[in-house]
Design a protein around this ligand. Structure first.
Ligand code: GRF
Length: 245
């Protein structure tokens, strides 16, 4: 059950291993010119991933199918991964309909400190003048300076019903605690891990036979529904709170 949006069936993302000519490893050099900035009223979203990227895919597909750019002047300005081999990058690069979305790789292993990486990442993100930075399975703890820089425009999805089960291994911990329900939360990112304002939640049942993997898969189907909706809501709320001219 999804609390914020009507549950609708959505095919699960199938990840293709086909990679466009430029390839994942060369992704840093692909499409770096970025999306056209001709229209300054277009609002930019930068998505950060580390792995499968199925939440990124859900947002990218929603933006495409619902024509966010034409209808709401919102566009996915870039997808950045801290891992060159993130499956999400391969998925994106293999879909020609998303060819206009620039992709970039910035490997955290290339930096001596967390601070150095975050500052470099921040510079890469800011090239795209983001109105919103979306963490979608971005498996990095962010420095306070990074979080402060994007204060109010940095969101994350966490696979539990926050404030319960912050941190890792959420599904096993929910099962071990005897929870009858689990879920996912979209929230603002603040310096304290998984503690920012809750923007959307989805609830699923925990079944007696569930393994952590079963539960994770059930939760993930709901993540794919609430995250795109929460991203749109973020902009709708901004629009609604703008003073009338
Ligand atoms: C999701 O369960 C998300 O809640 C958590 O990491 C997982 C990422 O999955 N932050 P994906 O990379 O979006 O497929």
């Amino acid at each position: 059950m999804c609390l914020r949006s009507k549950p609708v069936s959505r095919e699960r993302c199938v990840f293709s291993t086909t990679v466009r000519k430029c390839g994942v490893l060369a992704a840093t050099n692909c499409n770096l010119a970025g999306v056209s900035r001709d229209n300054p009223s277009v609002k930019n979203i930068v998505i950060l991933i580390s792995g499968a990227g199925s939440n990124m895919a859900a947002i990218v597909e929603a933006a495409y199918q619902q024509r966010w750019r034409e209808r709401f002047e919102i566009q996915i300005a870039a997808v950045i991964s801290n891992k060159a081999h993130a499956a999400g990058l391969a998925w994106l690069l293999s879909h020609s309909e998303f060819a206009d979305i620039p992709t970039q790789v910035l490997e955290h292993t290339q930096f001596e400190s967390r601070e150095d990486f975050d500052q470099a990442l921040l510079k890469r993100i800011d090239v795209h003048a983001p109105n919103l930075v979306v963490l979608a399975g971005f498996m990095r703890i962010l420095t306070p300076a990074f979080v402060a820089h994007y204060s109010g425009r940095l969101i994350n999805i966490h696979p539990s019903l926050l404030p319960a089960f912050t941190g890792l291994n959420t599904h096993q911990r929910a099962i071990d605690a005897g929870c009858q329900f689990a879920g996912a939360t979209v929230h603002q990112v603040t310096p304290e891990l998984d503690h920012g304002q809750i923007l959307a939640q989805a609830v699923v049942p925990v079944l007696a036979s569930d393994t952590a993997e079963d539960l994770a898969a059930r939760v993930l189907t709901q993540e794919h529904l609430i995250y795109p909706e929460a991203v749109l809501d973020f902009f709708r709320l901004q629009e609604a709170s703008r003073p009338a001219k």
